[in-house]
Design a protein around this ligand. Structure first.
Ligand SMILES: *[C@@H]1O[C@H](CO)[C@@H](O)[C@H](O)[C@H]1NC(C)=O
Ligand SMILES: *[C@@H]1O[C@H](CO)[C@@H](O)[C@H](O)[C@H]1NC(C)=O
Ligand SMILES: *[C@@H]1O[C@H](CO)[C@@H](O)[C@H](O)[C@H]1NC(C)=O
Ligand SMILES: *[C@@H]1O[C@H](CO)[C@@H](O)[C@H](O)[C@H]1NC(C)=O
Length: 394
């Protein structure tokens, strides 16, 4: 009897840490409960470094730990639940993942892919073998979702080949991320989104979740309605990048109040559309000083371009963080981060999920389940275990 109970407890623990992320209709479910995403995109290039030559900030080095422990602690303290990392195909990230997992921060991990001719058999098979290696290497319970590349719909070949390769991308995850494959997505730039979705939705079996990156201004306009007109609550939508920078280019100064107002207007729209949208990620977590001029990454600069995405109609590349950064007076130490005023607003907003507690009872079952199989498998596994324990107890 005692052996049986111990076995059950162990299996429950194993199962609850593994059988986690699925989708059902417009919701992402973690351990069967709807999960509303809050957080930021996280590209972790500190001041003085450039992406081309920076050491891997997610690696388990003194340098890396100084950065990711700080940031996971911050995210946890302000109530965000997710970070999206862009390019994770290099070093061993187990320690970073362990720390995120232990602190309840979920990760969307991406393999870096630039736009290519996805119809070309050689390109396709090379990409899929890199993707396979990536999935096998990065598998960790901290991962919420797999992301193939970034903004691949802005290539020149039309979106059919992208929807097509995603089917194989998802198959790789189904094969190697076992026994409970996590959802798969790729992010879309804001280009012809409603026509892309209405044209290709019937071919979207390679997507568990749609991810859009939107910089339209201080509103998403009809985005949610347009999406729902085609998808009709059958797949989750995330806004995986959005926001404005904190620099007022007209007056040549930082303006944290306008930054907070503008970004909060967008966050509030995401919350009020939670019937369609499963959450969002601010672009981005912290300022990055390499963006204007890679020869001067230790200097905070004001370059940018005209863009309706920002309150001053100008996007300043090095000012998009929820946190501003300053170099550490100790050489080699992590940047000193200072939360911009929006962080106070976000902490308050993020402390409550827009989902009612009994939300699952309000969702009709999906007509043709796509990625709910692992959840069912896991439940049936538990049922079998319970029966075994019951027999052992007799
Ligand atoms: C990370 O590095 C620390 C310090 O060297 C070590 O104690 C720890 O075991 C490492 N963790 C992993 C998962 O490699
Ligand atoms: C992409 O590859 C396919 C298959 O090899 C080829 O037919 C097509 O012309 C290529 N498209 C472009 C834009 O190069
Ligand atoms: C989304 O579409 C479904 C199906 O057409 C509809 O029943 C629902 O009211 C729409 N939801 C919203 C919030 O517009
Ligand atoms: C942000 O928080 C500050 C301080 O609590 C408050 O005065 C302000 O109205 C909030 N702004 C928004 C847009 O919610």
């Amino acid at each position: 009897m005692r052996v049986g109970v111990t076995l059950l407890v162990v299996l429950l623990l194993v199962c609850s840490s593994l059988c986690v992320v699925t989708t059902r209709n417009q919701y992402i479910l973690v351990d069967g409960q709807p999960f509303f995403m809050t957080g930021a995109t996280y590209s972790i290039i500190p001041t003085g470094k450039i992406p081309d030559s920076a050491p891997d900030s997610a690696a388990n080095t003194t340098y890396g730990r100084g950065i990711w422990m700080r940031d996971i602690n911050n995210m946890k303290a302000i109530g965000g639940n997710t970070l999206r990392v862009y390019s994770m195909e290099s070093a061993d990230h187990t320690a970073f993942y362990d720390y995120a997992y232990a602190n309840g921060i979920k990760l969307i991990v991406s393999m870096w892919v630039t736009y290519q001719n996805f119809s070309d058999p050689t390109i396709r098979s090379n990409l899929l073998s890199s993707w396979t290696a990536f999935v096998k290497k990065e598998r960790h319970p901290a991962i919420l979702m797999w992301c193939f590349g970034n903004e691949l719909n802005i290539g020149g070949n039309g979106d059919g080949p992208l929807f097509n390769i995603m089917k194989d991308v998802r198959n790789v995850v189904q094969t190697y991320d076992t026994p409970n494959p996590r959802p798969v997505t790729t992010t879309f730039a804001d280009r012809d989104l409603s026509s892309t979705i209405s044209t290709f939705y019937s071919q979207s079996s390679g997507f568990d979740v749609f991810s859009f990156q939107i910089y339209r201004g201080n509103t998403f306009y009809n985005l949610f309605k347009d999406f729902n007109a085609t998808v009709k609550l059958q797949k989750p939508l995330l806004i995986t990048e959005f926001g404005c920078d904190a620099f007022d280019n007209n007056n040549n100064r930082e303006d944290q109040t306008q930054h907070a107002n503008w970004n909060m207007k967008l966050w509030n729209e995401i919350y009020s559309n939670s019937a369609i949208c499963a959450g969002g990620l601010s672009f981005n977590y912290a300022d990055e000083w390499w963006r204007c001029d890679k020869t001067r990454p230790s200097v905070h600069k004001n370059c940018g371009n005209t863009a309706s995405a920002s309150f001053d109609n100008y996007w300043n590349e090095e000012w998009s963080g929820l946190y501003s950064v300053a170099p550490n007076p100790t050489s080699g130490g992590p940047d000193i981060l200072t939360p911009r005023s929006i962080v106070t607003n976000l902490t308050k907003l993020w402390s409550n999920s827009p989902y009612p507690k009994d939300i699952l009872t309000t969702i009709p079952p999906k007509p043709t389940p796509t990625s709910s199989s692992s959840y069912i498998t896991c439940n049936s596994m538990l049922l079998v275990m319970l029966m075994i324990v019951w027999f052992m107890a007799m």
